[in-house]
Design a binder for this molecule. Structure first.
Ligand SMILES: Cc1cc2nc3c(=O)[nH]c(=O)nc-3n(C[C@H](O)[C@H](O)[C@H](O)COP(=O)(O)OP(=O)(O)OC[C@H]3O[C@@H](n4cnc5c(N)ncnc54)[C@H](O)[C@@H]3O)c2cc1C
Ligand code: FES
Length: 276
C-alpha cells in the first residue's frame, strides 16, 4: 500500500486529524498528521488535496505547518466540507500534495511586505506571514491588513490580536464590514480601509487574497496608490481535480493553475485569459 502511494501521485496518504480549532461559525482549522508523523513540507502558498472516504476530496491552501502536522482552514460550503465540520479529532482522512508553485519567497527577500486578506482568504496569506516571521531577518517591514464581514467572522484571531502584533517591525490593521456591540475597531470594507491607510508603494510588494469582489476593488485601490502590476501578488482558486497537470480542469490559456499557480503577479495574470 505504502509502495503504491509512492508510485502513483493520485493515491492519497493516510492522515489523521489531531486537532480542530473553531475559527468562526463556518470555518474550522484542521491540524493533520500522517501515519508516519511526517507530513510533506510545503512552501508557503502551496496546496493539499484532502479527502474523506465515501464523501470526496477537494483542494485547500496549507495555512501553516508544524514539524509534525499541516494546518488547513476550511469553510463549510458543501458536501465534503460539511462532513469535515462534523468530524472529530482522531478521524482518518486522505491527504496528497503539496501542489502548486507557492509564494516566491526568494524573490521577496529584503522587501517590505504588505498582506491584504479578506475572510478565509487569509488562509494562504497566513502561511507566508508565518514563514516571514520564522525567517524574520530575511524580510523587511510586515504590514497585515485584514477584514471580515463581522467580528465573529474574523479568522485566526489569536494571530491577529496576540501573536503578529508582538513581532518586531510588524503592523496589523483589522476592519469588519459591520461591528457589533463589543467591537471597538475599524468598520468598513477592506479596499476603502487600504486607501485610508495608504501604504506607500516604495520598496513594497503587496500580497492579496480574499473573495473575488474584494480582490477586484483592492486591485483598483492599489493602482490608485501607485502600485505597479509586478508589485502585486495574488493566489487563485480555480476548480481543481487532479492537482498534477493531468485533467485540464484548472487550465487558464496555456497554463495549469495547479502547476504554474495558484500564485501569480498581477502582471502575469494580465497575460492570461480573464477566465478566473
Ligand atoms: C487552489 C484552491 C485553494 C483553496 N483553498 C481553500 C481553503 O484554504 N479553505 C477553504 O475553505 N476552501 C478552499 N478552497 C475551496 C474548496 O476547495 C471548496 O470550498 C471545496 O471544493 C468545497 O467542497 P464541498 O464538497 O464541501 O462543496 P461542494 O458541494 O462541491 O460545493 C459547494 C459550493 O461551493 C462551490 N464550490 C465548490 N468548489 C469550489 C471551488 N473550488 N471554487 C469555487 N467554488 C467552489 C460550488 O459551486 C457550490 O456552490 C480552495 C480551492 C482551490 C481550488
Ligand atoms: S487540476 Fe488537473 S490539471 Fe490542474
Amino acid at each position: 500500500m505504502a509502495e503504491t502511494a509512492r508510485v502513483n501521485p493520485l493515491v492519497p496518504r493516510t492522515g489523521r486529524i489531531i486537532k480542530i480549532v473553531d475559527e468562526t461559525p463556518d470555518v474550522k482549522t484542521f491540524h493533520i498528521t500522517t501515519a508516519s508523523g511526517k507530513p510533506f513540507t510545503p512552501l508557503p502558498g502551496q496546496l493539499a488535496m484532502l479527502s474523506l472516504l465515501d464523501v470526496g476530496e477537494a483542494m485547500f491552501s496549507i495555512t501553516s505547518q508544524g514539524p509534525e502536522h499541516l494546518e488547513l482552514a476550511i469553510k463549510r460550503v458543501g458536501m465534503l466540507t460539511d462532513a469535515l465540520h462534523e468530524a472529530e479529532e482522531g478521524q482518518t482522512v486522505g491527504i496528497r500534495g503539496p501542489y502548486g508553485n507557492g509564494f516566491p519567497v526568494e524573490e521577496l527577500k529584503g522587501k517590505d511586505l504588505l498582506f491584504i486578506g479578506g475572510g478565509i482568504g487569509l488562509a494562504p496569506v497566513r502561511s507566508l506571514i508565518n514563514y516571514c516571521i520564522e525567517h524574520r531577518q530575511d524580510y523587511g517591514h510586515l504590514w497585515i491588513i485584514y477584514g471580515a464581514r463581522s467580528p465573529a467572522d474574523l479568522c485566526f484571531k489569536d494571530d491577529l490580536f496576540n501573536n503578529w502584533p508582538r513581532v518586531e517591525n510588524c503592523r496589523v490593521d483589522v476592519t469588519v464590514d459591520r461591528g457589533d456591540a463589543g467591537w471597538q475597531g475599524h468598520e468598513g470594507f477592506v479596499p476603502a480601509f487600504v486607501e485610508e491607510l495608504h501604504p506607500d508603494p516604495a520598496g513594497k510588494v503587496a500580497i492579496t487574497c480574499g473573495p473575488p469582489i474584494m480582490i477586484k476593488f483592492v486591485l483598483q485601490s492599489m493602482e490608485k496608490l501607485g502600485y505597479k502590476d509586478d508589485q502585486i501578488i495574488t493566489t487563485l482558486e480555480m476548480r481543481m481535480k487532479c492537482g498534477i497537470g493531468k485533467c485540464g480542469r484548472c487550465n487558464l490559456g496555456s497554463c495549469y493553475v495547479c502547476l504554474d499557480g495558484p500564485v501569480f503577479t498581477l502582471a502575469q495574470l494580465k497575460q492570461l485569459p480573464n477566465e478566473y
